[in-house]
Design a protein around this ligand. Structure first.
Ligand SMILES: O=C(O)C(=O)C[C@]1(C(=O)O)C=C[C@@H](O)C=C1
Length: 365
């Protein structure tokens, strides 16, 4: 046996023994989570028990990132613990998560990034269907896109909050990488058509003009649908992400073709109950103001006075006409914080209507 083989054997023995210890520790952790489930059920006999605790999960993941000794990157370590917690929660309660489908969309990738892979992810045909699935109780939570760094807000999602009773329970950001992909059966056939979602075409416009100018661009309902079509129509291609390429067995002709390298989409988690403070939270509200001079100043001044950071403000047309303006506002802090609850009271005095959409942990992953 060579020196190298001896050393390799020793290291692998060490890895086997460490794996055994990790497994024993994960099993002990899972038994703890089962106990936690019993405690939660005993505390709320006969009532709906919410096993998933977003604020606690955010605290666990933040602590892991802070305490990580390396050499693994903080994000990698957090991802591993994300999956461990996901498996532990599945022991407490199998979770159904509705997402904007079909299978293979970026929204599904966001749902799995946020909840881990031990949930049952259920594709829905449209954003309002995601809301309905959660409102009816058929799914515990839903995941919908809300804004893209290149293309701006997804208005359909914002508008859903005007009428829906659901709360925002979390947020997750996903770096969006688009690839041009086609069926491996296509050979060297020239492309006659490219399928994609309208947002993805917009995010890859410059690249397409430079590299696929003159090829017909056909808008479809999702990137996954684009990939499905490209898989069955030789000579066509799709712009979609990794999950869709894998799901439909497509080969990537050109990778990462988005015009902006930092192209990111933010998704919201919607659910039926409020989330407690995690120590680093955001709050979202909808406010309607009277249509009169100084309305916007009146809306923003209390934020300035209380030193609260706005992270987003967006205007939407009123659906009923009774609301002259509807502002969708995100800011730092939790509704249970004294300064935030005071701010909301002040705003309520001037607003026609104020709807609290939820306080939730700022995205960790
Ligand atoms: O602390 C809890 O409430 C748990 O249920 C445990 C646990 C975990 O595995 O750490 C699991 C699920 C919850 O969403 C949060 C945390």
């Amino acid at each position: 046996m060579s020196d190298e083989q001896i050393r390799l054997g020793e290291l692998r023995d060490q890895i086997d023994s460490l794996d055994q210890q990790i497994m024993d520790l994960i099993s002990a952790r899972a038994r703890c989570a089962q106990e936690v489930a019993h405690v939660k059920m005993a505390a709320n006999p006969g009532e709906d028990v919410f096993f998933y605790r977003p604020e606690r999960e955010a605290q666990v993941l933040r602590r892991i990132k802070e305490a990580n000794p390396g050499p693994l990157a903080d994000e990698e370590m957090a991802r591993l613990f994300r999956e461990i917690m996901s498996a532990c929660l599945a022991l407490e309660q199998p979770m159904r998560i509705a997402f904007l489908g079909p299978a293979g969309t970026f929204t599904q990738a966001a749902a799995l990034k946020h909840f881990g892979h031990s949930v049952i992810s259920v594709p829905m045909p449209a954003i309002d269907a995601v809301f309905r699935e959660v409102e009816s109780g058929a799914a515990q939570y839903g995941v919908v896109p809300v804004e893209n760094s290149t293309e701006g807000m997804i208005n359909h999602t914002l508008d859903m909050f005007i009428s829906s009773p659901l709360k925002i329970c979390g947020e997750v950001q996903l770096r969006i990488h688009h690839h041009l992909m086609r069926s491996p059966q296509s050979g060297d056939q020239p492309l006659s058509r490219i399928y994609s979602h309208q947002q993805s075409f917009a995010q890859c416009r410059q690249w397409l003009d430079a590299h696929q100018y003159g090829v017909e661009r056909v808008t479809v309902s999702s990137n996954a649908e684009a990939a499905r079509r490209a898989a069955s129509e030789p000579g066509t291609a799709a712009i979609a992400g990794d999950m869709a390429a894998e799901l439909y067995g497509l080969e990537i002709m050109a990778g990462k073709i988005e015009d902006r390298p930092d192209n990111t989409t933010r998704f919201l988690i919607v659910g039926r109950e409020s989330v407690g403070p995690s120590g680093q939270d955001k709050t979202s509200i909808l406010v309607s103001m009277r249509n009169r001079p100084g309305a916007l100043y009146q809306l923003l001044e209390p934020f300035h006075r209380s030193g609260i950071s706005l992270t987003r403000i967006e205007t939407r047309p009123s659906p009923s006409g009774t609301w002259a303006y509807v502002f969708y506002i995100d800011f730092e802090g939790h509704m249970d914080d004294t300064n935030i609850s005071k701010l909301l009271e002040d705003l309520e005095e001037d607003a026609v209507e104020l709807k609290r959409l939820g306080s939730y942990p700022a995205g960790v992953l």
